[in-house]
Design a protein around this ligand. Sequence first.
Ligand code: AMP
Length: 177
Amino acid sequence: MPDGFNLDDAIRKVPDFPKPGILFYDITSVLANPDAFRYCIDQMVKLYKNERLDAVAAIESRGFVFAAPLCDRLGLPLILVRKKGKLPGRTIGKKYALEYGEAEIEMHGEDIPKGGRVLIVDDLIATGGTVRATADLLREGGAEPIGVFAVIGLPFLDYATPLAGLPARTLIEYYGE
Ligand code: AMP
């Protein structure tokens, strides 16, 4: 654990949520702990302060909470990736497969920097499906996704495969549910 902070202690684990068999890694306990939250933002700043970035795309809704202070600290534009029907302006969207059924995400097309380098931020990467759809949508909007950050990674769900070479960085990884 970098800098000696025990992030694992700050993450609430909730068995059988939202359905039986899923262990939910809950970051609301990180947000309620100022030392833990500041630790996460400080680590994000260290990881990305020397990276050439033009914007950050944050995934609804827990990704917003981590991306906003990063954008403030690094002076970067923040693009919100939302579920279909939430954004009021002209949007571009992408459908993607869930375990059961499908979902659709949207962004304001005019907020995507054309030719710009964009970092994707979420709280947790599980199967990587949401990040993959976000990266595809950024490309369709004319930007270059350069990587993804999530506080928590679940590599046993093989998110590296759908990310297809897009570098993923996490602060903590778990290997079971
Ligand atoms: P995925 O598209 O499978 O990578 O799912 C990513 C989204 O689902 C993230 O925005 C997470 O917030 C949420 N998620 C999936 N699995 C979990 C889990 N075990 N604990 C907490 N959040 C999860």
